[in-house]
Design a protein around this ligand. Sequence first.
Ligand SMILES: [Zn+2]
Ligand SMILES: [Zn+2]
Ligand SMILES: [Zn+2]
Length: 206
Amino acid sequence: MKEPSRTLAWICPHCRQSVIIERTAFALTAAPSRLPCPCGKSELRVEPMDDHFRLTVPCVSCGKEHSVVCSQEAFLHQRAIALSCAASGLDCLYVGEKEPVYAAMRRLEEAADLLPGQDEEEDGTSHFLNAAIMEEVLGELKEIAQREDGITCACGSRRWKMKVGYSAVDLICADCGAALRVPAATDSDLDDLCCKTKLVIRNGRG
Ligand SMILES: [Zn+2]
Ligand SMILES: [Zn+2]
Ligand SMILES: [Zn+2]
């Protein structure tokens, strides 16, 4: 039997290349790994702890490193997990089976292309990663909200508020506090939302 392996993928904040690495579950669990980008300027660090992993992830959207803890179960067995940057709302690392990780990466690359380059100064006029898509997404959400029971929470509540972020919109239940993140940066984000007639808030992504 082939040894189970995990695919890890992120975008290097320095050279902006996608880095996709495959490692066996055994190698990841046996000892800490340092997985450098071929450019040598950033690296992903994976440290196995008792029942979880500590990850240090170079983040393309904010340029910093994020230190994250991930349960062993999710890290080694879940089909795909996404870790996201708290500052931008964009994902910074995918871990999982090859196929869903590659699919998620294609999407992240699309969003990362919109980030201001390292040398470019942010002009300060846009509060959104992609203002045009954000506008469309907000319009679409408004339409869904106008339908009967268009936006509800899994807890049964119909009261919610909206928090508009840099690359996503969060719908937050006013009763239980559950949040649904609706990504709003790329054409695929908009396409995904357009095919929905109703949204149910439960913790996770839309
Ligand atoms: Zn690099
Ligand atoms: Zn970040
Ligand atoms: Zn609720």
